[in-house]
Design a protein around this ligand. Structure first.
Ligand code: PMP
Length: 385
């Protein structure tokens, strides 16, 4: 007997990233530059807070929107760090990772047949999220010529003026691109002019190496039409604790909470205690991790240039996005470098339009491993020249 699956689930292919992990896991000599998660452990103060909460038996559900103290702390943190002003009662929801927040936003805002424009290359979960919500995806490719920043020209060319929502992810996964205030201003003007709601995934906001992150929600007239996502997975190295949040207009956060209260009830309680401590006392740990990522970033960029692979100057997150040599596709390069040299990277194509011919290389890996991985890539490029 076969059980008939829904059409929506059937249209979404399995993750192109997982496939590479599965091959990599079969061998024990592989260095993985394929993962999108910190190699650091969660700072001890946050772990201790989680442990203490368990010892004290704090294992019940919390308020649907998250513990009040945590929402207060998030409100203070985003105000201090990014000039984002949100009311902890009505405009913040704590979720099971930023992933849940993204999914809730699509389900709360997209009606069947509505169009969601996605600036690409982009994190792989947006497109399936739109499809699960019944929406249509419009790819808006960015390019190396624009340092992978979104431009109004790209929006116009893709026909995004007729879209209902626009998804942005800066600092970007997979390119490492950032958008400065003067890059965001024309995008904000476009969104206002065409009545687009903006979903801005800012989970890498702490990880910038050339100036501070600017949120599009801080630009004039944008707060009321933007939902911002953030979380603890990247900056605080808390991926497995599954904690994120969304900031947005009262009615949108209320609608997201209406779904969340039935589907999730509340985000993981233990993780909420860890997150509260992370915001209160782990600032120096974050700075230390960011310094290390920056050192690795500079090393990886300079090595790719030495190897003769063209690489755009990534300025945020923990990825760089080199171009594969002429005559080979990114998928071929990734498969062969994994097979021949035991280095796992991800072909840019899996992140949508604009990623073709590139590789996502994560430097959330120690310098020694990076050194070895880049030496192996160099050998591979020389042998296949
Ligand atoms: N957004 C982006 C851009 C990401 O790279 C990731 C994780 N790879 C997420 C969201 C999901 O993060 P979380 O662990 O908070 O669900």
């Amino acid at each position: 007997m076969t059980i008939e699956l829904s059409e929506r689930v059937k249209t979404v292919p399995p993750s192109g990233i997982r496939r590479f992990f599965e091959i990599a896991e079969e061998r024990d000599d592989v260095i993985s530059l394929g993962v999108g998660e910190p190699d650091f452990s969660t700072p001890w103060a946050a772990r201790d807070a989680a442990i203490a909460s368990l010892e004290q038996g704090k294992t019940s559900y919390t308020a649907n929107r998250g513990k009040r103290e945590l929402r207060d702390a998030i409100s203070t943190y985003v105000s201090d760090r990014f000039d984002l002003e949100y009311d902890p009662d009505e405009q913040i929801i704590v979720t099971a990772g930023a992933s849940e927040a993204v999914d809730l936003a699509f389900r709360a805002l997209v009606d069947p047949g509505e169009t969601v424009a996605i600036a690409q290359p982009a994190y792989i979960s947006y497109e399936p999220g739109v499809i699960f919500a019944g929406g249509e995806v419009l790819s808006v490719p960015t390019s190396k010529g624009d340092d992978f920043r979104l431009t109004v020209g790209a929006l116009e060319e893709a026909g995004a003026a007729d879209a209902d929502l626009l998804v942005l992810c800066y600092p970007n996964n997979p390119t490492g691109a950032i958008m400065r205030e003067d890059d965001l201003e024309p995008i904000a003007a476009f969104a206002r002019e065409h009545g687009l709601t903006v979903l801005s995934d800012e989970i890498y906001a702490e990880l910038t190496y050339d100036g501070e992150h600017v949120s599009i929600a801080t630009l004039p007239g944008m707060r009321e039409r933007t939902v911002v996502f953030n979380g603890f997975s990247k900056a605080h190295a808390m991926t497995g604790l599954r904690l994120g949040y969304a900031l947005g207009p009262t009615d949108v956060i209320g609608a997201m909470n209406r779904i969340h209260q039935y589907t999730m009830l509340s985000a993981p309680t233990t993780a909420q205690y860890a997150a509260l401590e992370a915001l209160e006392s782990c600032h120096d740990d974050v700075r230390e991790m960011v310094d290390q990522y920056d050192r690795r970033r500079r090393f990886v960029l300079s090595r790719f240039r030495e190897i003769g692979m063209d690489v755009f100057e990534a300025k945020g997150a923990f990825y760089c996005f080199p171009e594969v040599p002429a005559g080979v596709s990114a998928t071929e390069f990734a498969e062969e470098v994994l097979h021949e040299q035991g280095v796992a990277v991800v072909p840019g194509d899996v992140f949508g339009e604009g990623g073709t011919g590139h590789l996502r290389v994560s430097y959330a890996t120690g310098l020694e491993e990076l050194r070895e991985a880049l030496a192996r890539i160099e050998t591979f490029v020389e042998e296949n020249d």
